[in-house]
Design a protein around this ligand. Structure first.
Ligand SMILES: Nc1ncnc2c1ncn2[C@@H]1O[C@H](COP(=O)(O)OP(=O)(O)OP(=O)(O)O)[C@@H](O)[C@H]1O
Ligand SMILES: Cc1ncc(CO)c(N)n1
Length: 271
């Protein structure tokens, strides 16, 4: 049986983040990827120029179509855009028991662009987080969720525990990709029992677009294969690190990670 994963997320026309990153990541892990699109962004390596929402019912119907026929072993959410879409996603998560559920609480991109409105942030916290197996905020999202400034490892430890204690989530991974250079490969994990620092080699590249989506999609793919959560996260971090090693210098801004890096390395060795 081939594992099936579902991503509920937005489209990135530049192909680096969102649904495009998620489906490539699922494919790399030999997991069949299905999707429910929430919105379409006009986006490239320089930033987001425009966002168009799908109707909440259209999002719900995509999830129903996948869940009632194909079935899903693990689900992730990415850019959910507004509170009406979040309300429908929560209803679908409940109806189809979409577990395990990885919630990447996409609010602010690494370039600092706000990607969802304030009401949506409240809806995420109050209605979706309680269903999450794990949430994976980046540094800016953890700052919004806690009201803390996060610059150091100690501040990451405080933030991850505060999010766990105050937001009723089962587990939290605060990601350090946008911290100062020495902390870029460092994430902090807390599930109410274990506080862990997860560290990989730091890759010195400015082409990091899509790291967060790729990480949460890889965690989801590993969960769809039946791995336990911490193993799934460790494997996903290794994948992101490798994808960063083969990141693509395309466009005038921050290029995407290289999801298909083994193919790239083969073709390079053929040159
Ligand atoms: N230069 C780097 N070297 C190694 N790991 C990195 C680097 N940059 C980011 N990471 C890792 O990538 C993962 C994603 O973290 P990051 O903080 O970049 O997420 P994000 O801001 O949500 O990403 P994005 O918005 O670009 O999709 C984390 O596991 C982080 O440690
Ligand atoms: C569609 C989409 N989802 C997520 C992110 C976060 O990187 C982005 N930039 N675009």
């Amino acid at each position: 049986m081939i594992p099936v994963a579902l991503t509920i997320a937005g489209s990135d026309s530049g192909g680096g983040a969102g649904i495009q990153a998620d489906l490539r990541t699922f494919a790399f892990h030999c997991v069949h990827g299905t999707s429910a699109l929430t919105c379409v962004t006009a986006q490239n390596t320089l930033g987001v120029n425009r966002v168009d929402a799908l109707s909440p019912q259209a999002v719900a119907d995509q999830i129903t179509a996948v869940a009632e026929d194909i079935g899903v072993q693990a689900t992730k959410t990415g850019m959910l855009l507004n509170s009406e879409i979040i309300q429908q996603v929560v209803a679908q998560v409940e109806q189809w028991h979409l577990q395990p559920l990885v919630v990447d609480p996409v609010m602010v991109s690494r370039t600092g662009a706000q990607l969802i409105d304030d009401q949506a942030i409240t809806a995420l916290r109050e209605t979706l987080f309680p269903h999450a197996t794990v949430i994976t905020p980046n540094r800016y999202e953890a700052e919004i969720l806690t009201g803390l400034k996060i610059q150091t490892l100690d501040q990451m430890y405080t933030a991850v525990q505060q999010i766990y204690d105050q937001l009723g989530v089962k587990a939290v991974l605060v990601k350090g990709g946008s911290l100062e250079a020495s902390l870029r490969g460092t994430d902090v994990w807390f599930d109410g029992k274990q506080l862990q620092t997860l560290q990989t080699e730091i890759i010195n590249t400015s082409h990091t677009h899509g790291t967060g989506c790729t990480l949460s999609a890889a965690i989801t793919a590993n969960l769809a294969k039946g791995q336990d959560l911490l193993t799934a996260i460790q494997g996903a971090k290794t994948y992101v690190t490798q994808a960063l090693q083969f990141s693509l210098s395309i466009g005038q801004g921050q290029g995407p990670v290289g999801h298909f890096f083994p193919l790239l390395s083969q073709s390079q060795s053929l040159l």
